[in-house]
Structures are given as structure tokens and as C-alpha cells.
Design a protein around this ligand. Structure first.
Ligand code: AMP
Length: 220
């Protein structure tokens, strides 16, 4: 298996988490989802969770210093040694600069930043119908990828739930945060010559193929 060192960039609901999980099956890499790590910390009521919870509920970003420390520690774990897929990080220019420093210290560089593009109208529909298994984290959608039994995970039988921040009031706040704080990363990485743009509209399998093709083209 080839190793991978990439960032998945794109608005909330672009499918970054879904695609990161699929890429991890095909490449040697760990998946680092800052959103998943934070949600687990909130559920565990750990000090990190207590610090992050109010930001997440409002749809705001957790402070850069908190996130950067968390990612630096995660990237030094054993399963990330062959490679990594960053999903939901970096989300601000200072986070991108810190990532560069972290990787420099490790003697590594990013191979590509994959921008998954989805219009805001499609995102609202996707996020409002998204459901996650409380137990194993598997992802579903009420219309596009429903579980066989309502509210029950096909994989582990766990209960499916809606993320608090996927409620309609919070979705628009998250999209504004994306436009203001995260979208500037597109130019940041374009200038560095490592940005690759992928159409994120369509079914999961089609988008997966587009990502793989983009990664293969990069290698040639
Ligand atoms: P996500 O699952 O990636 O949509 O993240 C859910 C929430 O976690 C975000 O709305 C933020 O409140 C927080 N979060 C996740 N990743 C980051 C990050 N890189 N920087 C700041 N906050 C983050």
C-alpha cells in the first residue's frame, strides 16, 4: 500500500469524513479528524471537551492553540507514522502555518491538499439529514444513505443520532465560519502548488474515484 500525507479541505458536509475513512482503507495512513476527537472529548467530559463544547455548539472554531496541540500529539502516534489523512484541520491560516512547522520538525511535507467542492445549497440538505452511530461513528443520511432499520446502525446495532451542530440554526453559522476563516486556505495552498480541486457533488463512490484519480495523477 502506498503511503499518503494529505489534507481534505472543504466546507462542512462536503463529505471529508466519509472520504477520509475510505481513503484510509486504500492507503497506509491514519485518519485525523479534529471534529471526531473533539466530539469524543465532549462526550467523555474531559478537560479538552469542557473547553471545546461551547464553541462547537455555536458552530464557532475552537481556539487554534488548543487544536494545534491536539494535532501535533496525534501525528506523533504510531499509526500515523506511515502517513495521515487530515480531515477538518487546518481550518485557519495560523493552523496551516503551525502544521507546516509540525511537519518540518518531523522531516515531512504535505503531498496534496484535496479541496472537495460542494455548493452551500447542497450542504444544507446533506447536513440536516446526516446521522452518526453513537457507538462506532459510522455515517448515514436519511435520504442518501439510510440505515436498514430506522435509527439503528447496520454495522454495530448502535443508536443513530444527529449531531447538535447539524441542526439548521447552527449550519448557517458554520458555513459563515467556513467562508470567513477556512476558505482563505484555498489560495494559501494554491500558491504553494499543492491544491487539487475535486467536484464533491454526486454519490460517495463517484467522489472516491475522483479523489483516487487525482492522487494517481499527482504521482505521475
Ligand atoms: P467537524 O466535525 O470537522 O465539522 O467539526 C465540528 C466542530 O469542531 C467545528 O464546528 C468546530 O467547532 C470544531 N473543530 C473541528 N476541527 C477544528 C479545527 N481544525 N479548528 C477549530 N475548531 C475545530
Amino acid at each position: 500500500m502506498a503511503s499518503l500525507r494529505v489534507v481534505l479541505l472543504g466546507p462542512p458536509g462536503a463529505g471529508k469524513g466519509t472520504q477520509a475513512k475510505l481513503l484510509r482503507e486504500q492507503f497506509e495512513a491514519c485518519q485525523v479528524s479534529t471534529g471526531d476527537i473533539l466530539r469524543k472529548a465532549v462526550a467523555d467530559q474531559s478537560p479538552l471537551g469542557k473547553e471545546a463544547s461551547a464553541f462547537i455548539k455555536r458552530g464557532d472554531l475552537v481556539p487554534d492553540s488548543v487544536i494545534v496541540k491536539l494535532v501535533a500529539e496525534r501525528l506523533n502516534e504510531k499509526d500515523c507514522a506511515p502517513g495521515f489523512i487530515l480531515d477538518g484541520f487546518p481550518r485557519t491560516i495560523p493552523q496551516a502555518q503551525s502544521l507546516e512547522e509540525i511537519l518540518q520538525k518531523m522531516g515531512l511535507g504535505l503531498q496534496a491538499v484535496l479541496l472537495v467542492q460542494v455548493p452551500h445549497t447542497v450542504i444544507v440538505e446533506r447536513l440536516a439529514g446526516r446521522r452518526t452511530c453513537k457507538n462506532c461513528g459510522a455515517l448515514y443520511h436519511l435520504n442518501f444513505n439510510p440505515s436498514t432499520k430506522e435509527s439503528i446502525c447496520d454495522r454495530c446495532g448502535g443508536e443513530l443520532q444527529q449531531r447538535d451542530d447539524d441542526r439548521e440554526e447552527t449550519i448557517s453559522a458554520r458555513l459563515k465560519v467556513y467562508d470567513n476563516q477556512t476558505a482563505p486556505l484555498v489560495d494559501y495552498y494554491r500558491q504553494r502548488g499543492i491544491l487539487r480541486e475535486i467536484d464533491g457533488v454526486g454519490n460517495v463512490e463517484d467522489i472516491r474515484h475522483r479523489l483516487i484519480k487525482t492522487l494517481e495523477d499527482r504521482a505521475t
